[in-house]
Write a protein that binds this ligand. Structure first.
Ligand SMILES: C[S@@+](CC[C@H](N)C(=O)[O-])C[C@H]1O[C@@H](n2cnc3c(N)ncnc32)[C@H](O)[C@@H]1O
Length: 281
């Protein structure tokens, strides 16, 4: 049975989980991953209650928390962000595309996953100025290795500066160029089934292509984390029919049915799906 209300509650959670900035001239909401980039005036979506209830009776009145601005600020205030990541976030905040950066709580979540897995070999598709890459690299052991794929030279320059500042340059292999080419190259070099962890955060319209390549590169039991799966809540709004929203909907449905992986869609940031590669792929 379809349960749009549950999707709606997830969307609201994600929507409120981001910081909302409303321009006084256009009255359009802009969702920022990065709280510190928000400049005044800030108008927060008004949310009267602190929970959303699944309206399908089969969920037994299950309530989930709504993350309004006060609560999200509380989450951020209880997030451990290394100094070097804070400095990177602050420098990025004045750059074009700063809203693309993962939030500190997302960075901490990625680092926690890497630590829990004891991951040594990681891949990131979509580095930008390096926040998520650095969050991962900082918790890799000295023998650890992160393949960082990014096509934009300017943002990559900032990332490399901070990799140096954090003393992790030796752990990060930067690949400037189209990420698909890099992933294919890794496979041609015989690196299938050799990576522990991948983070996918690049062009949403070709997520499926990246995913198929990453699934080959990841070992059984390894993890692929995919960002922006809720796409500012648009995936749950039927009237939203732009190409990125449609492709994310198709991708999310594909992942739901993909028996090669165990899955969990988590409404952190703009929504992250965790895919653990099963043994029999
Ligand atoms: C959402 S941002 C990544 C944010 C990053 N994870 C962070 O936390 O700061 C997406 C990045 O993917 C890059 N990108 C998009 N398409 C790409 C491609 N085909 N190959 C390599 N990089 C690509 C963009 O240049 C952009 O910097």
């Amino acid at each position: 049975m379809h349960c749009h209300s549950l999707a709606r509650s997830t969307q609201l959670l994600t929507f409120a989980n981001s910081v909302l900035k409303r321009s006084s001239t256009t009255h359009r909401y802009v969702i920022c991953k990065n709280a510190s980039t928000v400049s005044s005036p800030i108008v927060v979506a008004s949310i009267d209650t602190s929970t959303t209830t699944a309206s399908c009776h089969s969920y037994g009145g299950k309530q989930v928390i709504q993350v309004n601005q006060a609560l999200y600020d509380y989450v951020l205030a209880h997030t451990r962000e290394p100094q070097v990541l804070r400095e990177l976030r602050e420098e990025t905040s004045s750059m074009r595309g700063s809203q693309m950066q993962v939030s500190p709580d997302q960075g901490q979540f990625l680092a926690m996953l890497v630590r829990l897995m004891g991951a040594k070999r990681c891949i990131e598709v979509g580095v930008y100025t390096g926040y998520s890459s650095l969050a991962v690299a900082l918790v890799l052991p000295e023998c650890g290795h992160l393949v960082a794929c990014e096509r934009d030279e300017v943002s990559l320059g900032v990332a490399q500066k901070y990799f140096g500042r954090a003393g992790v340059t030796q752990k990060v292999q930067v690949h400037h160029g189209m990420a698909i080419d890099t992933l294919i190259m890794l496979l041609r070099k015989g690196q299938a089934n050799s990576y522990d962890f991948a983070f996918l955060d690049a062009d949403k319209r070709v997520y499926r292509d990246y995913y198929e390549l990453l699934l080959q590169l990841i070992r059984p039991g390894g993890l692929i984390v995919i960002d922006n799966v809720l796409w500012h809540g648009k995936v749950a709004e039927p009237q939203e029919k732009d190409a990125k929203t449609e492709s994310l909907r198709r991708f999310n449905e594909f992942i739901r049915l993909d028996t090669r992986v165990d899955v969990s869609m988590v409404p952190v940031g703009d929504g992250m799906t965790l895919c653990r590669k099963r043994d029999m792929v």
